[in-house]
Design a protein around this ligand. Structure first.
Ligand code: GSH
Length: 206
């Protein structure tokens, strides 16, 4: 099985962590979602990473769909709860973390990909306000808990931690650690897991 992705994409990292936690081998094939001249666009019409290529079968894309599929591949270390309401709660955290990232990536792309005269400050502000509102929501919802839901490690924690770490990596002006000390503690605990340490985007070139 192959995963089209990158070391720095937070959505790719989310899937890579799922695979490691589940103990499922998969080869990472580096692709740049922002490069329109790659084969990726022939495989995923949206031109986005991550994209999973199972040995026999159609490409699977969108990190939440891949994570769900990967979780179902083995009963070891389940990443989603059984009960439908718990599952919906966990997946809502995942959707929030993914949405926070979508907004943060749009804001960063506006800043780094467009000439400064073409940039819209209003657009950037709109996206950053979504990021800030999501951080506030996460801080309130997680409180002093070790995990997002049911005191158990789930896909929600993988998604939230990948989003927080990407913010620190790419948008350090968003000071979530000092603004929300409970998120700092929550992330510090999770970041010690081998799956997080081995996928740290800052160590990609070491
Ligand atoms: N909803 C998608 C988002 C994936 C995504 O935005 N990936 C970025 C890289 S982090 C990408 O490939 N962007 C290229 C583009 O939007 O054209 C998922 O969860 O997989």
């Amino acid at each position: 099985m192959q995963l089209l992705g990158s070391f720095t994409s937070p959505f790719s990292r989310k899937v890579r962590i799922c695979l490691i936690e589940k103990g499922i081998p998969c080869t990472l094939v580096i692709e740049d979602g922002w490069d329109i001249n790659t084969k990726l666009h022939e495989i995923n019409p949206l031109g986005k990473i991550p994209c999973l290529l199972p040995l026999n079968g159609h490409p699977i894309f969108d990190s939440s769909v891949i994570a769900n599929y990967v979780d179902g591949m083995s009963s070891a270390n389940p990443l989603l709860p059984q009960l439908s309401l718990d599952k919906a709660r966990v997946r809502t955290f995942e959707a929030l973390a993914d949405g926070l990232l979508d907004a943060a990536i749009l804001a960063r792309r506006e800043k780094i990909s467009r000439p400064s005269v073409e940039q819209s400050e209003k657009w950037i502000e709109r996206q950053i306000s979504k990021v800030q509102a999501s951080l506030q929501f996460l801080s309130h919802s997680i409180g002093d808990s070790e995990y997002c839901h049911l005191n158990t490690f789930t896909i929600a924690d993988i998604a939230v931690a990948c989003a927080l770490d990407w913010l620190e990596f790419r948008l350090p002006e968003i000071t979530w650690r000092t603004d929300y000390p409970n998120l700092d503690l929550y992330f510090s605990r999770l970041s010690l897991r081998p799956s997080f340490l081995s996928t740290d985007p800052r160590k990609a070139n070491e």
